[in-house]
Design a protein. Structure first.
Length: 157
C-alpha cells in the first residue's frame, strides 16, 4: 500500500496516521462479526456515510451497511491500495473483491475510493465513497449489463 502525506500536513498528522491505519486494518480484516463488534471503535456515534446507494447518519444506520454486504455477496473483502493523509482528512483507494451469489462464479472487483474525516477522538465522523456503480457493478449483471454496455457504446458515438 502506498501512503502519501501533504507537505502542509498539520501537526496532528502523526495522531491521525494511527487512526488511518486503524481504518485500513478494519477494512482489510472486515468480517460479519467485526462489522458489528468493532465498528464503534472506528466510527463516531454520529458518523455520516454516503456511497452510490446510501446516505445515512449515526452508527445504528451505518452498521447495517457493512453487515448487509455479507448477505448480498460471498467472500467480500477490501484491499486498500493507497492512502493520503492531510490534517484530519484522509483519502484511500481500494479494491472490493467478492463473488456474486447468483450471477458470476469468478471473483468480481469494484475499484473505488473513500474520503474520510476524523473526529477529535480519532474515530471517523465523515465517510464518502466514490465508485462508478454503472461500470463497476451494473455492467457485470446479466440482463442489466447488456443494456448498460449498449448505452455506453451509444454514448461513445
Amino acid at each position: 500500500m502506498n501512503t502519501l502525506h501533504s507537505p502542509n500536513t498539520e501537526p496532528t498528522a502523526p495522531v491521525h496516521e494511527a487512526h488511518l491505519q486503524r481504518v485500513v486494518r478494519f477494512f482489510e480484516t472486515l468480517t460479519l462479526e467485526s462489522a458489528s463488534e468493532q465498528i464503534a471503535e472506528v466510527y463516531a456515534d454520529d458518523a455520516y456515510f454516503k456511497d452510490p446507494f446510501n446516505e445515512v447518519r449515526g452508527l445504528p444506520a451505518v452498521t447495517p451497511l457493512f453487515t448487509h454486504m455479507f448477505k448480498q455477496v460471498e467472500n467480500p473483502r477490501f484491499v486498500v491500495t493507497s492512502t493520503v493523509l492531510q490534517g484530519d482528512s484522509a483519502f484511500m483507494t481500494w479494491d472490493f473483491l467478492f463473488h456474486m451469489r447468483r450471477y458470476a462464479q469468478e471473483e468480481q472487483c469494484i475499484r473505488g475510493a473513500t474520503h474520510i474525516r476524523f473526529a477529535t477522538d480519532g474515530r471517523v465522523n465523515f465517510h464518502r465513497d466514490y465508485w462508478d456503480a454503472a461500470e463497476e457493478l451494473y455492467e457485470k449483471l446479466p440482463v442489466v449489463g447488456s443494456f448498460m454496455r449498449l448505452l455506453k457504446s451509444i454514448a461513445r458515438k
